[in-house]
Design a binder for this molecule. Sequence first.
Ligand SMILES: [Zn+2]
Length: 227
Amino acid sequence: MDFYRVMVSFGKRKLFACGCLAEMINYNRTSCPSCGIEWAMPDHNKLFNDKSWNMKIYMSRDHYADFIASDLPGSGIVSEHAKKILMENFNNTIDFGNIEMISFRNLTDQKLKEIRDDFGYAAVKKIPNDPPQYYRMLLKQGADLDFEKSNIKLILDCHKCGRKNYDRPRDTGTSSNIYIIESTWKYYDLFHVEGKGNTIFCSERFIDIYDQNKLTGLEFEKVQTVR
Ligand SMILES: [Zn+2]
């Protein structure tokens, strides 16, 4: 079995819209009394899998892909169309959380000022009204990495908050140093692996279905398999 790292494409001839965070909803930052990490949730894994929090996002422009880049915490952001295809084909292995989509007209004056200060007036003018609905993908851990070959070390394992920190090579965007152990694969077609945070991996079957349904916004890079 070959596995691939899933990366968001910024678009070739015309840039795709990115999802930008306007506001977090019900997202509580707590400081762990044991490890002291301030942004750790009661269970760190819930950052990716808990539906109790939500967020308001606005789009950077009006050229929409099915999978979009974002500055948001957690995993990938997908369109209504992609959500439907994923639910039809990957039953029970992918769940979805809501997102509140924000129009240009609903951004506060304060937020607009921040965007203008950070990215300039041209960026403010590109923010669309009435963007399509997107969703947060909630993925499970689907395989183990060979930590030694992948050069990843566990440096914090907090039993209080569940937080795990890893020392790993600087992410240079190449996938040649990521080793997935085939025998540990749980047959999910889209998944996370412990030690690589919110990086998403997929099977060949996922890419087939992505292509057949002409979904947009992703690129795939093969990783190493330990057989
Ligand atoms: Zn902790």
